[in-house]
Unconditional design. Structure first.
Length: 519
């Protein structure tokens, strides 16, 4: 844990990564705690009553699942999917995979078959740890076997965690891009240590007596898995699990109350929903938020609603938790996302790769422990992500002193309700429909979700551009990709702006959508 310093600068200057020669996240989040504090509560599951899972029980679950996976032929380096909602088996699945030295792939329950197939196939995974609902989602995926722990007579006994180092691969997290299929960011066992400083300061030094973590974010998202679940387990802070079919302010307040939650990671969309419902929640010690800048109005509301200052943080799937606010150390600056987290060197670069005098591209220097090893089987894409010692984020920003102000995306990734959505995947899906000649997908500004997905569709001859067709296309995407990534708006048009090589000019469509949002 970070030692609380007298100032931010003292904390930053005094920090150095302490990466041991041998490191396995399974030991970090489970085995070590089970050995020294077996009865300590690791997970509080409120999904169906109340179930307190100790570290000893979590280790037994992970050991049994690791034995089963090994019996099915899983070995070091294999990729294994995890398609589970919040709950102890989701945590145990990742831990079991890491125990073997294999690579876990977090997968969303909101994914439909096409989205699941593209990720599982790209990763070469042949086993997915899931439940009955996930088994149905996986039906039809050739060569992929679902494993439901509750339905299997799992072996008993301990499983000895394999010997791995900080650079050995451990987790493959898919991120949306603007062109082509989603890319898998491959992370090593050091990724959790890389997250811890940012998680700790974004919660005003997480790990105080009585701390208890929760997030409504799915644990398949890096924000749920490595900003909440695994850091909480590593720090010995109980993590609340609650499978919600839909986020509501009422359920949120209930979970905080029933779970005695003191520390919450709220995606910005959840905060906006709480604000719209005029919801106040007492008893919290810290609230962190990341994914989109909040602004002064939201920060002021947070002080009234929670009695504290919301700490914003910033990062990407490729390198997360690199900047953060910390009200316990310094005052926030509205519009800025905080200061560099100890251990992470951030720059704002111009087109020549030198420090920009004003606005430029946000970059992170190699050496950040949360930085990916590279994109899975995409050496060219990996090379394009780096310029010398710097990983390019594709985000625009500028410095205000040592505060980082986020300007916006350089690419066309859509940020909607905390999810990052690649337009290319939606376009590819729509183009498979017999009514679609060509399509362009962009984000349209939205006061609640930041952006909504909007599709500009040129229909094929013989198809009437009518509301019924729009609804059919929405359902077509919803059934094949993720339920959050379907186009909420569809506009039919005679043609789209194109480059000379036939690519849709999304920049023009995005400007058009922005004008529509203002009208």
């Amino acid at each position: 844990m970070l030692e609380r310093a007298r100032s931010y600068q003292a904390l930053f200057d005094g920090f150095a990564w302490d990466l041991p020669e041998r490191l396995n996240m399974a030991a970090q989040v489970c085995d070590d705690w089970a050995a020294r504090a077996a009865d300590r509560v690791a997970i509080i599951d409120l999904s169906d009553g109340r179930d307190e899972v100790t570290y000893a029980r979590l280790r037994a679950m992970a050991d049994a699942l690791a034995l089963e996976l090994a019996a099915r032929g899983v070995v070091r380096g294999d990729r294994v999917g995890v398609l589970r909602s919040q709950g102890a088996w989701c945590a145990a699945a990742h831990i079991a995979i890491w125990k073997i030295g294999a690579i876990s792939i977090p997968l969303f329950k909101l994914f439909k078959q096409d989205a699941l197939a593209s990720r599982v196939t790209d990763a070469g995974a042949r086993i997915v740890v899931t439940d009955a609902e996930g088994t149905a989602l996986l039906a039809g995926l050739e060569g992929v076997a679902p494993l439901v722990p509750e339905e299997v007579d799992l072996p008993e006994g301990p499983f000895e965690t394999v010997d791995t180092g900080p650079e050995d691969p451990a987790v493959l997290i898919y991120t949306s891009g603007t062109t082509g299929p989603p890319k898998g960011a491959l992370h090593a066992h050091r990724v959790l240590k890389g997250h811890l400083p940012g998680v700790e300061i974004s919660h005003d030094f997480l790990g105080q007596a009585g701390d208890c973590l929760w997030t409504p974010a799915d644990w398949a998202w890096i924000g749920g898995l490595f900003d909440v679940l695994m850091p909480g387990l590593a720090l010995g802070v109980p993590v609340v699990a609650a499978r919600l079919p839909k986020f509501t302010p009422e359920d949120c307040a209930r979970i905080v109350r029933e779970g005695a939650v003191r520390n919450v990671f709220f995606p910005p969309t959840a905060l906006r929903m709480l604000k719209a419902a005029d919801t106040s929640i007492a008893g919290l010690r810290s609230v962190a938020s990341g994914g989109e800048p909040l602004g002064a109005e939201m920060l002021d509301w947070g002080r009234r609603a929670f009695g504290l200052t919301i700490n914003e943080f910033y990062g990407q799937t490729e390198c997360n938790m690199v900047a953060s606010s910390c009200a316990a150390l310094f005052d926030p600056r509205p519009g800025c996302i905080g200061r560099p987290v100890p251990g992470h060197d951030i720059a704002v670069l111009n087109a020549d790769g030198h420090p920009a005098e004003g606005e430029g591209e946000v970059a992170v220097r190699r050496g950040s422990a949360s930085m990916m090893l590279g994109y899975w089987n995409r050496p060219e894409a990996t090379a394009e992500k780096f310029r010398g010692d710097w990983m390019l984020t594709g985000d625009r920003g500028l410095w205000e002193g040592d505060y980082l102000r986020f300007i916006g995306r350089e690419d066309d990734v859509i940020t909607s309700a905390g999810y990052r959505i690649g337009p290319a995947e939606i376009e590819d899906c729509l183009l498979r429909h017999p009514a679609v000649a060509t399509v362009g997908v962009v984000g349209k500004p939205d006061p609640m979700r930041t952006e909504i997905v909007k599709a500009y569709v040129v229909p094929k001859p013989g198809f009437e551009p009518a509301p019924q067709l729009a609804e059919t296309l929405r359902a077509f995407v919803k059934d094949r990709l993720a339920s959050y990534s379907y186009p909420r708006e569809i506009e039919f048009c005679d043609g789209l702006p194109m480059t000379v090589t036939g690519k849709v000019i999304r920049k023009e469509l995005k400007a058009r959508a922005a004008r529509e949002a203002l009208s």
